[in-house]
Ligand binder design. Structure first.
Ligand code: ZN
Length: 146
């Protein structure tokens, strides 16, 4: 019963978010650098994290949590990105919740755009997973930002 209530609550939140889009677009974007963190959850040790608890911790210890349907939450599913240093440009909502606009990785002090590609089907996606065409796991591609 509580699981059902939580799902309903989440649905309502997503609806309110989409209705509030013109407002959220007016929020000034912020840029944070840090690494993924699973906030207040024991599930992180099992390699998973509830979508509403995926966040980012900056070098000085500041923690932001992403909105549950955020791009960054989808990227958290890729274990190759879990320990990476990231730069996230996002709209900041109430309660230090972030709505990602762009997520990049930092390597040797340089910024890289990330994309998921299937070289067989020439498909590019912003999120990890199987290729929608041939079901092969999409490859992570990092392109230096010039
Ligand atoms: Zn494919």
């Amino acid at each position: 019963m509580s699981a059902h209530a939580r799902r309903s609550g989440l649905g309502a939140g997503v609806l309110a978010l989409s209705l509030a889009l013109p407002l959220s677009a007016a929020l000034p974007p912020i840029t944070v650098r840090g690494r993924f963190v699973c906030v207040n959850s024991a599930a992180e040790r099992e390699g998973s994290c509830p979508s509403e608890r995926v966040g980012i911790r900056t070098a000085n210890g500041r923690v932001f949590v992403f909105l549950p349907n955020d791009l960054a939450v989808a990227l958290y599913a890729d274990p190759r990105l879990r320990a990476r240093e990231l730069q996230v440009t996002a709209l900041r909502h109430d309660g230090d919740r972030l709505e990602s606009v762009r997520v990049r990785v930092i390597r040797d002090g340089r910024l890289y755009d990330i994309a998921y590609v299937c070289d067989v089907c020439q498909i590019t996606s912003s999120v990890p997973g199987p290729c929608p065409c041939c079901q092969k796991e999409l490859a992570l591609e990092e392109t230096p930002v010039t």
